[in-house]
Design a protein around this ligand. Structure first.
Ligand SMILES: [Cu+2]
Length: 349
């Protein structure tokens, strides 16, 4: 049931026509009148280019029984200037706070592989993991011991496998081009925590619960969705702490320019709590730089995303989404997010 761009207006026209010509007291049931026109036309169309959310959204869609999907995503994120709360900070101000080293930027790159399989129409299993590269640039305070050791600036790099997500998407609503499912997943600690700076870790070190709910709709050439996802850290990791629990809400609209091309706009709001405890390997006091202090993590971010989805005749999907923050309120001195983008490929079998 590939979308015919005329079928939707025709269906609406027919519904309008039946409303106008309806006689007597029977209430008009659009669900039923739609089904009389074409049974399939009231069902979710998973072959639309915009039936997948913007590529930066995870766990957005379910599959039909027996379907598999493989995916690859490349994500890149860049962070820059320092900020505490909503106030920008210079490196000199960080030196003044007693840190001999100030980070000036960080980049994160991730290669993510995903697998989905639907044993039934209502349950889609998913697994996802990735390999990541992190890089942080620093400047050192004049006259400080790190300046003598490292010079005026230095960079730090980490890489490795990230944590692994395993879970299920459980569909509980599917009518009239509207769908909803629960996101029930957990994250296994397959990443590493070798670096002193918390943001340079590739994993959390804890088993995490990832509960959520996702709602999707299609209407003519438009579609949209909303998702709320949480991350709850279950207990502490081997180094005696856990990252702050987080919650993220996101909503998007997509418009189909053609059967193979859709554009999307998205808004998201994310809150990450403070770290609970601290890394017992590096307890302080007297941290070299702010990201090494457990007190300087978490915050609230509001972001906007602009994306493109492409669907080939062969069922290959390609998508791109850029995400830009427009509000950041950070708990303690941290680097601000500058931008992020995701490029992805998906193919169902
Ligand atoms: Cu899928």
């Amino acid at each position: 049931m590939k979308l015919n761009s005329f079928s939707q207006p025709l269906c609406l026209a027919f519904a309008g026509f039946s409303l106008l010509t309806a006689q007597g007291g029977d209430p008009i049931d659009f669900t039923n009148s739609g089904k009389e026109v074409d049974h399939h036309d009231t069902l979710w169309d998973s072959h639309r280019v915009d039936s997948h959310a913007p590529i930066g959204v995870m766990g957005d869609h379910t599959h039909e029984a027996g379907e598999w999907m493989v995916s690859y995503r490349y994500m890149s994120m860049d962070m820059g200037a320092q900020r505490d709360g909503t106030n920008d900070l210079t490196s000199a101000q960080l030196f003044g706070l007693g840190f001999p080293v100030a980070p000036t930027g960080m980049s994160m790159e991730m290669h993510m592989m995903g697998l989905m399989f639907a044993p039934t129409d209502n349950v889609t299993l998913m697994a996802m993991t990735g390999y990541e590269f992190n890089k942080m640039d620093h400047v050192t305070a004049p006259g400080s011991p790190p300046r003598a050791l490292m010079g005026p600036s230095f960079e730090m790099e980490t890489e490795g496998w990230g944590d692994t997500t395993l879970g299920a998407l459980v569909k509980f609503y599917d009518e009239n081009h509207k769908r909803a499912h629960f996101n029930l997943a957990f994250s296994a600690p397959t990443g590493n925590l070798t670096n002193r700076a918390y943001p340079m870790h590739t994993g959390t070190g804890t088993w995490d619960l990832l509960p959520g709910v996702t709602y999707l709709w299609q209407d003519g050439l438009l579609s949209g969705g909303a998702q709320v996802l949480g991350r709850i850290h279950l207990g502490d990791n081997d180094y005696g702490y856990s990252n702050g629990d987080s919650i993220k809400g996101t909503g998007w609209l997509a418009y189909m320019l053609s059967d193979f091309l859709s554009l999307s706009g998205r808004l998201s709001l994310e809150n990450v709590g403070d770290i609970n405890g601290f890394d017992t390997r590096f307890p302080g006091p007297g941290f070299m730089s702010p990201p090494m202090d457990a007190a300087n993590h978490g915050g609230t971010w509001a972001e906007v995303g602009l994306g493109v989805n492409l669907l080939g005749n062969s069922g290959h999907r390609l998508a791109f989404e850029a995400v830009l923050p427009f509000h950041q309120d950070l708990n303690g001195p941290q680097m601000q997010r500058d931008w992020m983008f995701t490029v992805g490929w998906q193919k169902a079998f």
